[in-house]
Ligand binder design. Structure first.
Ligand code: HEM
Ligand SMILES: [Ca+2]
Ligand SMILES: [Ca+2]
Length: 341
């Protein structure tokens, strides 16, 4: 019970007996929430989630010299890791994270990155409360940024890359739930905040439905690398080729379709896959559990996707032989997706 909790030194926060090492993370959490995220499922939350992936996936079971996974290398060796494409635009965000390393000397770069990802997404309604393990040693080598999947990859290529890192195809589909809160800021150079689903501030199932809608056009300019026709271009939604491929490939389509109407499965699947991602390349026996520091995300009422205005089952590229779920339809006219950074 609550009475067995102990007070952290010089603080209003309480920790479980034996978890005093977690105290520093309460202070860090409040600082990140007040200053980096402003308690909002906005751009910095999105970037923190993305960076937690790009740091961790720099790991290959078959060749340890290509990176030590979730080790903070993307911060420590940012000069090297941000030289190439997928990370080219991350320096302004990484520069906002770096001061927390100096301010919280007991927190390693790998811990800071996975912690920021977990705290960041806790601002997004409907997100799961992620596990957070602490104690990752600081990176000693940089990761190989070519290990990061490309938006032009086939499903097979992405699955092979995940397998090489120690993750499964199912983990990959579960991890894609992150794109329910995502913008493409750099895919189309004329669009700074092109959402990947109609609700980029909510961790909801719309993403899994909307990626399955038949592509009809692009929201901005054509022929951008890694972009394909979106089902909702007039509303400003952008579709990545990689997302489209995963939704339609026989290896992943049924898992994908199952997440259209099951918010619990989406949450639990993301939580479990993130627990694996967050410790890639790390020795779990050396880590300690500070999950209590992570707050619950705001509640989301919806538990299934609904057809955007004007869309019906006839617009779905059905890609799995199982029956497609019955979904509600949103009323009204198609309107531009609200921009809330
Ligand atoms: C595995 C295949 C994946 C590919 C090819 C991919 C690719 C991309 C691309 C191209 C963008 C747009 C970036 C921009 O234009 O600024 C993006 C955004 C994003 N990705 Fe992924 N991604 C993948 C998986 C993941 C995973 C596993 C996560 C996290 C668990 C993740 C989290 C995000 C987030 C949160 C954003 C939004 C960033 C923002 O709004 O600033 N992605 N992804
Ligand atoms: Ca790394
Ligand atoms: Ca969403």
């Amino acid at each position: 019970g609550r009475n067995s909790f102990l007070r952290c030194p010089n603080s209003d926060h309480y920790h479980k007996p034996g978890s005093e090492k977690c105290c520093k993370f309460y202070a860090l959490r409040d600082d990140l929430q007040d200053n980096l995220f402003t308690n909002h499922c906005g751009d910095n939350a999105r970037l923190a989630v993305r960076v937690s992936f790009h740091d961790a996936i720099g790991y290959s079971k078959s060749n340890h010299s290509r990176g030590h996974g979730a080790d903070g290398s993307i911060l420590i060796f940012s000069d090297i890791e941000t030289q190439i494409f997928p990370n080219l635009f991350l320096p302004p965000f990484l520069d906002q994270l770096k001061p927390y390393l100096t301010k919280y000397p007991g927190v390693s770069a790998g811990d800071l990155i996975q912690f920021a990802g977990a705290v960041g997404i806790s601002n997004c309604p409907g997100a799961p409360r992620l596990q957070f393990l602490a104690g990752r040693p600081n990176a000693t080598i940089h990761g190989d940024p070519t290990l990061i999947p490309s938006p032009a990859n086939s499903a097979e290529t992405m699955i092979a890359r995940m397998n090489d890192a120690g993750l499964t195809a199912e983990d990959l589909v579960h991890l894609m739930a992150s794109h329910s809160i995502a913008h493409a800021k750099n895919v189309d150079p004329t669009l700074n905040h092109a959402p990947l689903d109609s609700t980029p501030n909510k961790f909801d199932n719309q993403y899994f439905l909307e990626i399955l809608l038949r592509g009809t056009g692009v929201p901005g300019t054509t022929k951008n690398f890694g972009e394909v026709n979106s089902g909702m271009p007039a509303q400003g939604e952008l579709r990545l080729q990689s997302d489209s491929n995963l939704a339609r490939n026989p290896l992943t389509a049924c898992k994908w379709q199952s997440l259209v109407d099951d918010h619990e499965a989406m949450k639990d699947g993301y939580k479990d896959a993130m627990a694996k991602l967050a410790v890639l390349g790390q020795d779990v026996d050396d880590l300690y559990d500070c999950s209590d520091v992570i707050q619950k995300a705001p509640f989301l009422r919806s538990c299934a996707a609904s057809y955007p205005p004007g869309k019906t089952f006839a617009d779905v590229d059905k890609s799995c032989s199982a029956p497609f779920p019955e979904l509600r339809s949103q009323r009204g006219q198609p309107t531009p997706i609200p921009q809330d950074y």
